[in-house]
Design a binder for this molecule. Structure first.
Ligand code: HEC
Length: 138
C-alpha cells in the first residue's frame, strides 16, 4: 500500500540529508513534515477504519447494535452506534477518547462494572481498528 502514497512524500524523506544543500534541506524538512501529519497518516487511519468495519461484522457487534455501513448490523438490544463520533461519552460515563474507546471494546466491565456489553475477546489491534471506524460515524 505504500506505493499509493502521494509522490512528494515517498522519496525525499528517505534520501540522505548529507547530499542536500541548505535550500534542499529546508525543502526536505517541509516535504517530510507532510509525511507524519499529512496524507499518509490519514491513509493509515482510513485503512484501519476499513479493517475495523470488517472486524465488527466478523465479531457480530451488529447482533446488539445498529452500525451504519457494517453488514447485517441491525441489532436493537443495545444503543445504535450511528453518529457515535459526535458523542461525548461512552456508556454515558467514559469520555469518548481513542484510548477509552479501545479499552471499552476490549473489556467493558473493566471500565464500568455494571456494563451490559460483554467482552468479546477482541485484541488491542482489532479494538484500535474498530475504534477507527467508529470515529468515522459522524
Ligand atoms: C450482547 C450485546 C452486545 C454486543 C455483542 C456488543 N455490544 Fe456494544 N454495547 C452493548 C450495550 C448494552 C451497550 C450500552 C452500555 C452498557 O450498558 O454496556 C453497549 C455500548 C457500546 C458502545 C458505547 C455506545 C455509547 O454511545 O455509549 C460502543 C462504542 C460499543 N458498544 C461497541 C461495540 C463493539 C465494537 C462491539 C463488537 C466488538 C459491541 N459493542 C458488541 C451491547 C453489546
Amino acid at each position: 500500500m505504500r506505493d499509493n502514497l502521494p509522490a512528494p512524500c515517498t522519496r525525499p524523506c528517505r534520501s540522505s540529508p548529507r547530499t542536500a544543500s541548505g535550500i534542499a534541506a529546508v525543502l526536505l524538512a517541509v516535504l517530510c513534515g507532510g509525511c507524519d501529519s499529512g496524507p499518509s497518516s490519514s491513509t493509515t487511519e482510513q485503512q484501519a477504519a476499513l479493517r475495523g468495519k470488517a472486524l465488527m461484522s466478523q465479531y457480530q457487534c451488529g447482533s446488539c447494535h445498529a452500525i451504519p455501513g457494517v453488514a447485517d448490523a441491525r441489532g436493537v438490544s443495545a444503543v445504535s452506534l450511528e453518529g457515535f463520533a459526535r458523542r461525548s461519552y461512552i456508556g454515558g460515563r467514559l469520555p469518548n477518547r481513542p484510548s477509552t474507546l479501545e479499552a471499552w471494546i476490549i473489556d467493558p466491565h473493566a471500565q464500568i462494572a455494571a456494563a451490559n456489553m460483554p467482552a468479546l475477546a477482541v485484541s488491542p489491534e482489532q479494538a484500535r481498528d474498530m475504534a477507527a471506524y467508529l470515529r468515522t460515524l459522524k
